[in-house]
Ligand binder design. Structure first.
Ligand code: SF4
Length: 368
C-alpha cells in the first residue's frame, strides 16, 4: 500500500512491478523534443501515455491536470512539476491546476484562508516566476472549495465507490475522519472534470505525478471506467517522476527544512545549502583521485541533473570527470553552488513581479 500523505521513501522498482506502471523508455524516440526530465530518465514510468503522444503528434486536444496542495513552502523538487506544465503548455495542452485546499484541510489541518494565502504567495507566484503563462485562455486554476462543477461531480462519482474500496486503497480505518475519506473523490473529480461536456468533453488527459500519488490515479482510472456510459470518459493517463534527494540524503521535504532548498530562499542561502549538501565523494582526496566519485549517490550531482545543467553533453562530461576522479567534490560543489546562486538571483527578481499577477488569478470566474 502507498500512502499519498506520508513522506516515506519509495522503492521505484517494486512500485513498477507491483502496480503495473510501465517504463517510460518506450517513448524515448516517439516524442518530438522530449522534456529533459524524460530524456534523463527522471520521468521513469507511465500509464497509457501512448494516448498523449498520439494527441501531441496529431495536434489533437488533450489536457494536463496537475494539482498543488498548499500546506507548506515550495522547494526545488516541486519545480519539476512546474517544468512539466510549462512544457505541456508549449505543446498546446489545456492546463488544469486544482489547488487542493480541501485536501490540505482534511489531511493536514490547514484552514481555507491559510490555504488561499499560501496558494497565492507561494505556489502561484512561483509558477508564474518559473514561466507558466496564466494569460493564455486554455489554463484553468481554481480552489477545490470554490469549484462547484468539481464538487458536484465528486458527489455523483462517489455513488459507485464503497468504503471497503477506499480502505483497501488508502488504508483508512474506523477512526479516519470523514472529510479525509471523502477528499480523494474530489481529486478524482479534479482529474475527470476536464472531460465533462461543460468543460470541453472527452479528451486524453495526463496527470504528471510523483509515484506516491499513484493511489489517486488508480482510483480515478477505475471510476472513469464505471462512468463510461454516462460521460464517455477516456481513461486518464499518468506519468511518474523520481523524487529529488534531500540535501542530507533523505527525501527532500518542506516539513524538514534541513533537507530542502526553498524557492523563496535568498540566493546566498541557496548557495550555502548546495555547498553543504551530501556528496558522493570518497573518504580522502587521494582515494577520490584514484577511484573516482560516485555521482549516482551524490545530491550535488542530482541538483545538476534535475535543475542546473541544461546541456546533456556538459552533464555527461561532468559525470565522467567525477567517475574518473578528474574533478573533486570541492571544485564541483563550488561550480554547482555558483549556478544555484545565479538561478536564484534571477528567480527572486521574477518572484517579486509575479506576486502582483498571482494576487489576481483566483479572482477570475472559473467553472472548469
Ligand atoms: Fe558529486 Fe561532484 Fe563529488 Fe562527483 S565530484 S561526487 S558529482 S560532488
Amino acid at each position: 500500500m502507498i500512502d499519498p500523505w506520508s513522506s516515506a521513501i519509495i522503492d521505484y522498482d517494486k512500485l513498477t512491478k507491483q502496480f503495473g506502471i510501465k517504463s517510460f523508455e518506450e517513448f524515448e524516440k516517439e516524442i518530438e523534443n522530449p522534456h529533459f526530465l524524460m530524456k534523463r530518465g527522471i520521468i521513469f514510468g507511465h500509464r497509457d501515455y501512448g494516448r498523449i503522444v498520439k494527441a501531441m503528434r496529431e495536434k489533437k486536444d488533450f489536457a494536463v491536470v496537475s494539482g498543488m496542495m498548499p500546506s507548506g513552502k515550495m522547494h526545488i523538487g516541486h519545480k519539476m512539476i512546474v517544468d512539466q506544465i510549462i512544457w505541456y503548455q508549449k505543446k498546446g495542452a489545456d492546463i488544469f491546476i486544482p489547488i487542493a485546499d480541501m485536501e490540505a484541510y482534511s489531511a493536514r489541518s490547514v484552514d481555507f484562508e491559510q490555504s488561499r494565502k499560501l496558494a497565492v504567495t507561494e505556489y502561484l507566484t512561483n509558477y508564474i516566476a518559473l514561466g507558466v503563462n496564466f494569460k493564455k485562455k486554455n489554463i484553468s486554476v481554481y480552489l477545490q472549495s470554490e469549484n462547484k462543477t468539481v464538487e458536484d461531480l465528486a458527489y455523483i462519482l462517489a455513488k459507485k465507490v464503497t468504503f471497503n474500496e477506499m480502505k483497501a486503497i488508502y488504508g483508512f480505518s474506523g477512526s479516519t475522519n470523514l472529510a479525509h475519506i471523502y477528499v480523494p473523490l474530489i481529486q478524482v473529480a479534479d482529474i475527470l472534470h476536464p472531460q465533462i461536456k461543460e468543460c470541453g468533453g472527452p479528451k486524453p488527459t495526463v496527470v504528471p505525478v510523483g509515484p506516491d500519488q499513484d493511489p489517486h490515479i488508480r482510483l480515478t482510472r477505475d471510476i472513469a471506467e464505471r462512468f463510461k456510459n454516462k460521460y464517455n470518459f477516456i481513461t486518464p493517463s499518468s506519468t511518474y517522476h523520481r523524487f529529488i534527494t534531500g540535501l542530507t540524503g533523505d527525501k527532500m521535504s518542506s516539513s524538514k527544512p534541513k533537507t530542502a532548498i526553498f524557492l523563496s530562499d535568498p540566493p546566498n542561502i541557496a548557495e550555502k545549502k548546495v555547498k553543504s549538501a551530501k556528496s558522493g565523494g570518497r573518504e580522502s582526496l587521494d582515494e577520490q583521485r584514484e577511484l573516482g566519485g560516485v555521482p549516482d549517490k551524490c545530491v550535488v550531482y542530482e541538483l545538476l541533473l534535475y535543475h542546473l545543467i541544461e546541456s546533456d553533453k556538459e552533464l555527461l562530461e561532468l559525470y565522467n570527470s567525477c567517475k574518473n576522479g578528474n574533478i573533486l567534490c570541492g571544485e564541483c560543489k563550488l561550480k554547482a553552488a555558483a549556478m544555484m546562486k545565479d538561478f536564484f538571483e534571477k528567480f527572486s527578481k521574477k518572484r517579486e513581479k509575479a506576486l502582483k499577477e498571482a494576487n489576481k488569478i483566483l479572482d477570475r470566474e472559473n467553472k472548469c
